[in-house]
Design a protein around this ligand. Structure first.
Ligand code: GCV
Length: 727
């Protein structure tokens, strides 16, 4: 076993430590630290430092408000009381509300207020200030969560946190809502299994219908999430089956047990609930949201939830979607439906996240006027302004369904008076199912930076954060950023060890959407492979960047060309099947024939979807000349000979990109293999796991290439300009 295989005290035996191996805390654990303040999360900060000190020889003192020095032993086994009052410190972590502040922290606070020029000393909710003063590194925060995030910032900095001088830095999250939704089932679903679209083993919460006896992994998970900035999870699948429906009532204790493990890391718990619960759980004859008994039922059920879980976050609802019940059954709108739950949650400060993923999954494929891409906007835009304040409309980032390439959903720009959350899919349902390397931060970054109103307008990240264009502009508060979790009971958490980077990147982008994907990857590499002492870390870094930086575009190149989606095998969605969904009721078509391919979504001759965008995009997407190449077939049906903006024809682009994509996968595999031998830098077990997966990725990429190229060659009859073999 190499150093990076060793579990930390918080890592249940044999489980990979991900981005928090003990060595990541070496710089802190070998120094003298004062933790100042109290509260559950401050204790967590102290315990983290104490555990690191126990390993690396440093010391930590915990001083509670009023100046009393507790010097108490750490709260958990393995921690010990170290440090003495008055000794010099290398690091001070202080809560500003715990007066009197240590002099050095007071100096940092005063300096921060002065430098702001406003006299405002507030670091803000969950925020923190990091500075160095008199050779002491200081973190101050106004709330315990801020102190915890400040600690993890230091972990990211490692030894750099303690060297020389540094300018004061103020950090706070872009949005207070940074949530991961789990699609975990309580009972193993006959088709979807324990975790719907899960590619990392079972659920870390449930095993075969029962809550796991040992929840230590849940705590370790909470720690990993806090270290990348996530502050809430939804514990169960949005498709609420019989078992998980009862989490709202008689199985609420299971949710409370999970929350108990996550609370020390500031992770709040949410629950997916079924819209029909008043009927299925309450025995009422109706779930009509305007029915008085239904309102009372939701109010009473919600009150019981808050009795058990005073810090409960709220409900997530998938209604009238893919067979889930909803308000349409009662002739009510989705605003009526969401508002009845919101009303029940409001007295407790809870929120309801209502998904905009509503479309007809039983459409007639012969009917070319119905367009699934339009559905969410058609359903929800007319409801703008009708939702209660504590309703958040949760919108998938694209109009269809987490495809490798989609335009940004027009709903995001269409509801100025509604709180909108943007939903990303961290689990790789359509991007290689954690068997292919596909680093998704570049895709998310593009989405978050997209400006629906054109250059100079707000970006998607601003809508999610609730940033308005000017102080006078009216705009709803933001709904935050949500990801569908890619985590399971697998030893590496995410099946593919390199898919951990997606989870990490989701948290970091939710905290700070402007971060560069490559910089996030560097952070992840530095932390995850911190134990590397027996090799050349730069060699590993270079290899990982070469393999991961462009892996999303690589995946796109050998799978779906030019914005076409859903050429996957129906049901499980892995591997190619060009016509798999073409003649089905799911609304996911490419319309390839002998002359051309793509979906005409123009106003002039197609479904009119382009009209759901504000200008300039409604014009750009409408125009076959101006539409970006990568989305051409999403918006237009064109002949195979159509010349792209790149200068290539559509058919030649299909051939070229598929050949090139496979080459890039082969090169990635060579780079990974090259990490073996002299200068070994990766634990053998991890190396082997990634190697096996790269073998599968190459096999699968070749299958994609051959099927897609053969399909379009046979349809079009156009030979490859370079004479390569197409089966
Ligand atoms: C949880 C896609 C997936 C479903 C998922 C659904 C959703 O259709 O294939 O498994 O259901 O999205 O987001 O609700």
């Amino acid at each position: 076993m190499t150093v990076s295989d060793l579990p930390s005290p918080l890592d249940p035996a044999g489980v990979h430590a991900a981005w928090l191996p003990p060595e990541a805390l070496r710089a802190i654990g070998s120094r003298r630290t004062l933790v100042h303040g109290d509260g559950l999360l401050v204790e967590t900060v102290h315990d983290e430092v104490a555990r690191a000190c126990a390993r690396y020889g440093g010391s930590v003192l915990h001083r509670a408000p009023g100046g009393g020095c507790t010097g108490r032993p750490g709260g958990r086994p393995g921690a010990r009381a170290v440090g003495r009052e008055g000794e010099p410190y290398d690091l001070v972590l202080a809560l500003t509300t715990a007066d009197p502040l240590p002099a050095v922290a007071e100096a940092v606070r005063a300096g921060f207020g002065r430098n702001r020029g406003t006299g405002d000393h507030a670091a803000g909710a969950e925020g923190y200030v990091i500075d160095r003063h008199d050779d002491i590194t200081v973190v101050i925060a106004d709330d315990p969560a801020g102190l915890l995030y400040g600690l993890f910032h230091l972990v990211r900095l490692g030894g750099r946190a303690f060297g020389g001088t540094r300018r004061a830095e103020h950090h706070r999250p872009a949005t207070p809502r940074r949530i991961l939704d789990h699609w975990d089932n309580v009972d193993v679903h006959p088709v979807m299994g324990q975790v719907e679209r899960g590619y990392a083993g079972g659920s870390i919460f449930w095993l075969d219908g029962a809550l796991r006896d040992d929840l230590s992994r849940v705590r370790a998970y909470g720690r990993l999430l806090a270290a990348c900035g996530v502050n809430a999870i939804t514990v169960n699948n949005v498709n609420v089956h019989a078992g998980e429906a009862r989490l709202l009532t008689d199985r609420l204790g299971e949710v409370a047990a999970i929350a108990g493990e996550l609370r020390p890391y500031g992770i709040q718990v949410h629950l997916s609930v079924g819209f029909a619960s008043p009927v299925t759980l309450g025995g009422l004859p109706t779930a009509d949201p305007l029915d008085d008994d239904v309102r009372k039922w939701w109010a009473a059920a919600t009150e019981r939830v808050y009795e058990a879980l005073p810090d409960f976050g709220g409900y997530l609802v998938k209604a009238d979607s893919e067979g889930q019940p909803g308000p349409f059954a009662y002739g009510r709108t989705h605003a009526d439906g969401a508002n009845v739950l919101a009303e029940a949650l409001a007295p407790f400060g809870g929120i309801v996240r209502w998904r905009a993923f509503v479309y007809n999954h039983r459409q007639d494929w012969r009917d070319r006027s119905t367009d699934r891409a339009r559905a969410a906007c058609d359903h929800f835009a007319p409801l703008d302004g009708l939702f209660r304040d504590n309703v958040i409309l949760q919108v998938k980032h694209g109009p269809i369904d987490f495809q490798t390439r989609e335009p940004v959903s027009p709903v995001i720009a269409a509801m100025p008076s509604t709180r909108v959350a943007v939903e990303l899919q961290v689990t790789q349902e359509y991007t290689g199912q954690q068997r292919h390397v596909c680093y998704l931060a570049p895709m998310w970054s593009e989405v978050l930076g997209f400006r629906p109103w054109g250059p100079g307008g707000r970006a998607v990240a601003d809508v999610a954060a609730g940033n308005t264009a000017s102080d006078t502009e009216d705009g709803a508060a933001g709904g935050g950023l949500v990801g569908v979790s890619n985590v399971g009971a697998d030893r590496y958490w995410t099946g593919h060890p390199l898919a951990q980077a997606n989870l990490y990147a989701f948290g970091r982008l939710a905290w700070s959407p402007d971060l560069e994907p490559a910089a996030i990857l560097d952070e992840w590499i530095d932390l995850t492979f911190a134990p590397v002492t027996d090799g050349d870390p730069e060699r590993l870094r270079d290899a990982l960047h070469a393999i991961m930086d462009d892996s999303w575009r690589t995946y796109e190149s050998y799978t779906a060309p030019l914005g076409v989606g859903f050429m996957v095998r129906p049901g499980h969605h892995y591997g190619p099947d060009v016509d798999g969904y073409e003649y089905t009721p799911w609304g996911t078509y490419h319309f390839a024939d002998r002359d051309g391919v793509g979906v005409d979504r123009t106003r002039a001759t197609g479904t009119g979807f382009t009209g759901q965008y504000p200008r300039p995009w409604s014009e750009v997407y409408e125009s076959v000349e101006r539409c970006p190449d990568e989305l051409l077939l999403f918006f237009h049906h064109v002949p195979y000979g159509h010349v792209l903006r790149s200068g290539s024809t559509v058919i030649q682009h299909i051939y070229d990109s598929h050949f090139a994509g496979v080459e890039r996968v082969a090169e990635a595999r060579r780079r990974w293999d090259g990490l073996i031998g002299a200068g070994v830098v990766v634990a053998p077990a991890l190396h082997t796991r990634v190697r096996e997966l790269l073998d599968e990725q190459l096999r699968s990429a070749e299958e994609w290439r051959d099927q897609i190229n053969a399909y379009f060659f046979r349809k079009s009859g156009v030979p490859d300009a370079h004479g390569r073999r197409i089966p």
